[in-house]
Design a protein around this ligand. Structure first.
Ligand SMILES: Nc1nc2c(c(=O)[nH]1)N[C@@H](CN(C=O)c1ccc(C(=O)N[C@@H](CCC(=O)O)C(=O)O)cc1)CN2
Length: 360
């Protein structure tokens, strides 16, 4: 009964979205991608015809499938990437005596941010990357944050710097992100890195971790991007916008759906690949999806669930139950894109250390 109540994608379920307040730990990603309310005309059930021409050309033998769609296992891929990074980190240490270092600045007392930072430290430990952490109080000044950034910019044992987002509202996020040295900008949020990502013939030093993780999943599952129609739902600076730029770089034809888009489902129905980063639980229904499409769900939305230990469970932007019957491949929430974000951060940190020390 409980699972029926909380796995369907009816509007009642959606309205049970938990609005955890800042101090009790709201879900960061949701905050960062913004509150997008899409104008939609239809909400019927999707058809279940499956395309005979799945874009997945080869997948591993242990691939799971659900409702017909292949489950893109971000947790397993992230583990594999961490194993690859571990080997490279120890090769670097043995060859030139350098250990990659990642510095994290956390401002304020949001529980979700503290959890993400703790998980980043754990992930660093697991691959042999050295981690540095600065915690500042919610009421710290922007100058204090800038001072920490500047200290890490000048510290040769630090190869990557990230400021956990969101920052308290009294701080100017742009000012702070601009202060991170572009050579150590492992989050890829510096305007120079984003600008280079947007320009043909230019290369960013780093690509933002969540969108990079989405593309990495497509690559690792051999899902062709070139020539495909891709739709990105959401246009945040940290996910939607860079995801659209990355897809374009991979030669997809890209559309972006945002809060002012009329009839978004007419656009998604044309898509071979959908990346959704909007922070609206179960917004993308089965009827929005073209049979055989590949679905990458970035949303991490808590919905009330008394049967769960925490009193809530996480669902994505895409109605998994309906979508997995129509799509050829889909990422679950949790266990899809989320773990890839941290794996890509480790990868960016290793790349940075290699670049700074000219180590191949
Ligand atoms: N400076 C940054 N701030 C933020 C980023 C970022 O990339 N850089 N991204 C998000 C938060 N985030 C990392 O910081 C993050 C979010 C989610 C996950 C994750 O693994 N999620 C799990 C579920 C976790 C749970 O059970 O609560 C999953 O999806 O399986 C990792 C990292 C905003 N801020």
């Amino acid at each position: 009964m409980a699972s029926m109540m909380f796995t369907d994608c009816s509007s009642t379920t959606t309205s049970r979205l938990i609005h955890l307040n800042r101090s009790s730990g709201t879900f960061l990603l949701r905050q960062c991608v913004g509150q997008l309310r899409l104008q939609t005309t239809a909400s019927g059930r999707g058809c279940c015809i499956r395309s005979s021409s799945s874009p997945i050309s080869s997948i591993s033998a242990d691939t799971k499938s659900e409702g017909g769609a292949i489950v893109i296992d971000g947790k397993a891929v992230a583990k594999k990437i961490r194993d690859e990074i571990t080997i490279e980190v120890s090769r670097m240490k043995e060859s030139i005596g350098v250990i990659p270092g990642l510095a994290v600045i956390l401002v304020g007392d949001r529980k979700d941010s503290a959890t993400y930072v703790r998980n980043k430290k754990k992930a660093c430990d697991s691959v042999g990357i050295k981690s540095f952490e600065v915690r500042l109080a919610e009421d710290s000044s922007e100058e204090e944050v800038l001072k920490s950034v500047s200290g890490f910019n000048d510290d040769p044992s630090v190869h990557g710097i990230l400021v956990q987002l969101p920052l308290p509202s009294h701080m100017d996020e742009q000012n702070i992100l601009n202060a991170v040295s572009i050579e150590k900008d492992v989050d890829g949020f510096h305007p120079l890195n984003i600008g280079r990502l947007a320009m043909r013939g230019r290369e960013p030093l780093f690509v933002p971790c969540t969108p990079k993780g989405c593309i990495e999943l497509l690559h690792r599952y051999n899902i062709e991007i070139k020539g495909k129609r891709a739709v990105v739902i959401g246009r945040s600076n940290i996910v939607g916008m860079p995801a659209a730029l990355l897809l374009q770089r991979e030669d997809a034809t890209v559309s972006i759906i945002h809060s002012r888009t009329k009839n978004p489902e007419e656009i998604t129905r044309e898509a071979d690949i959908i990346i959704s980063a909007v922070g609206q639980p179960n917004m993308v229904r089965g009827s929005w999806i073209k049979p055989g499409a590949v679905l990458i769900d970035v949303g991490i939305n808590p919905v009330e669930d008394p049967s769960a230990a925490r009193g809530y469970r996480l669902v994505g932007d895409i109605c998994y139950e309906e979508a997995s019957k129509v799509a050829s491949a889909i990422t679950p929430v949790p266990g899809g894109v989320g773990p890839m974000t941290i794996a890509m951060l480790l990868s960016n940190t290793l790349t940075s250390a290699k670049r700074i020390h000219n180590f191949q």
